[in-house]
Design a binder for this molecule. Structure first.
Ligand code: CUA
Length: 302
């Protein structure tokens, strides 16, 4: 994305420099050309000129519309991750970046990714607003407590790239840095297999699902007191009292933390709220577990 962002940036810079020089130059030129030559000289009065008015309205309009359309297309490309992404969770806290790979690897202030893949970050914060910024990728996104934001990048060269926090977040904000380590795919595979003692996120989520006794109500056989979760992710859910919601990460997050916010049609608001009882990491595990229930009709040991 860097090339596209830079092209727009240099266009804006170029147009700004052009008009700054043009205006400053004309001020100096006319100040000299129309200077008072005799003590009793009086300037000629100028009345409106329609052609001039239209010109200096339409020309800037056309130029700004180019910025708008160009900027919007770059914005949409950056804001909409492609379909085939490698998903990585990011949890920011004062003052570190925690990365959680779906296979179970966890990292702090270092993010290993393969070169040439679309990488999608799903990020949240445990405390205050932070901002995930990798200048080399032109990737920058505010990381906000209580919700998920996403960003994506496609690294084209192996190497190490600096991560900054770009939102003032407390005394050690300036030290909240890290590195993205972009590796050749084979190296990345080696790194991945290097250690995932805790198993995948989804399997950790499955264990938590049992430990927290979610399983007693959310049964796979539709006999439970809570909605069946198999195949839920990515579907439209009918709500009590009308309306629908798209079952994405944010909806599942909300339903775990504040179950009363959106009640599935046909169910009672009996689920306890888990707000403050589970960590952001545990939430991610549960969400990945619910997502893993996608393909299987029944709960299997994935
Ligand atoms: Cu986190 Cu600044």
């Amino acid at each position: 994305m860097a090339g596209r962002v830079d092209a727009l940036y240099f266009l804006l810079l170029g147009v700004s420099i052009f008009f700054a020089l043009l205006i400053a130059g004309l001020i100096v030129y006319y100040a000299i050309k129309y200077r008072r030559r005799t003590a009793d000289e009086i300037g000629a009065r100028i009345h409106g000129g329609m052609a001039l008015e239209v010109t200096w309205s339409v020309v800037p309009l056309l130029i700004t519309m180019v910025f708008f359309v160009w900027g919007a297309s770059v914005y949409f490309a950056m804001a909409r991750p492609p379909e085939d992404t490698l998903n990585i969770y990011v949890v920011a806290k004062q003052w570190m970046w925690k990365f959680q790979h779906l296979d179970g690897q966890r990292e702090i202030n270092e993010l290993h990714v393969p070169v040439g893949r679309n990488v999608k970050l799903i990020a949240t914060s445990e405390d205050v607003i932070h901002d995930f910024f990798v200048p080399a990728f032109r990737t920058k996104v505010d990381v906000i407590p209580g919700r998920y934001v996403s960003a994506w990048f496609h690294a084209t060269k192996p190497g190490r790239y600096q991560i900054f926090c770009a939102e003032y977040c407390g005394t050690r904000h300036s030290g909240m840095t890290g590195q993205v380590v972009v590796m050749e795919p084979t190296e990345y595979q080696t790194w991945l297999s290097g250690g995932a003692p805790e198993g995948s996120l989804a399997s950790a989520g499955e264990k938590l699902f049992q430990d927290l006794a979610c399983i007693t109500c959310h049964r796979g056989d539709a006999q439970g007191r809570g909605p069946v979760l198999q195949g839920l992710f990515g579907k439209i859910v009918e709500l009590q009292g009308g309306g629908t919601v798209f079952a994405d990460e944010a909806y599942i997050r909300e339903s775990i933390l504040m179950p009363g916010a959106k009640i599935t049609a046909g169910f009672q608001p009996i689920m306890p709220a888990f707000q403050g009882l589970i960590s952001e990491e545990q939430l991610l595990q549960l969400i990945e577990y619910v997502k893993s229930l996608q393909a299987q009709p029944q709960n299997t040991n994935k």
